[in-house]
Design a protein around this ligand. Structure first.
Ligand SMILES: [Zn+2]
Length: 161
């Protein structure tokens, strides 16, 4: 029986490891993000941000907001978030998380037209914090298995999946 051959202990282990891939990617990414050097000036961050937009072929304007008191960390421990208002995108990021790979991660969400959408239009960091803390933050399967994983893979390797 072919099916019986497939269902053995080793293949079950492989399937479990494969099914957990978002966990591994997330764990590796968090370590890499934590160890990456910070961008120490807003001017430099804006320059890198524009260069990364070009690399990804993002032509539309994308707002970049930096939380100087790292307010996003207070809500679901966010490093950064991409927000979609109508067809406009805005990226909010903590000053302590101002790093090239985190900007790449958030810009990749914009490239894929993914962004958090609140119940009201979001403009300020306080509005992001309020909306995100009120949102039912069940990371949907698509978010966990596809969106977050491919944004992390892009930020880590430059691979555009
Ligand atoms: Zn993300």
């Amino acid at each position: 029986m072919k099916l019986k051959k497939l269902i053995n202990k080793r293949n079950i282990q492989r399937a479990i490891i494969l099914a957990c891939y978002p966990v591994w990617i997330t764990l590796i990414s968090q370590v890499v993000y934590a160890l990456s050097p910070k961008i120490n000036s807003i001017e430099k961050a804006r320059k890198i941000f524009e260069q990364e937009k070009i690399k990804l072929g993002i032509e539309q304007n994308v707002g970049l907001y930096v939380s100087f008191n790292n307010k996003l960390r207070e809500v679901k421990d966010l490093r950064g978030i991409s927000v979609k208002n109508n067809n406009d995108y805005f990226i909010y990021i903590n000053k302590c998380d101002l790093k090239k790979n985190i900007l790449q991660h958030e810009l990749y969400h914009v490239k894929k037209k993914e962004g958090f959408k609140g119940n009201t239009e979001i403009h300020t960091i306080d509005e992001v914090v309020k909306e995100v803390s009120q949102a039912k933050w069940k990371l949907p399967l698509k978010g966990m298995f596809i969106s977050e994983s491919r944004a992390n893979i892009y930020a880590l390797t430059g691979l555009k999946l």
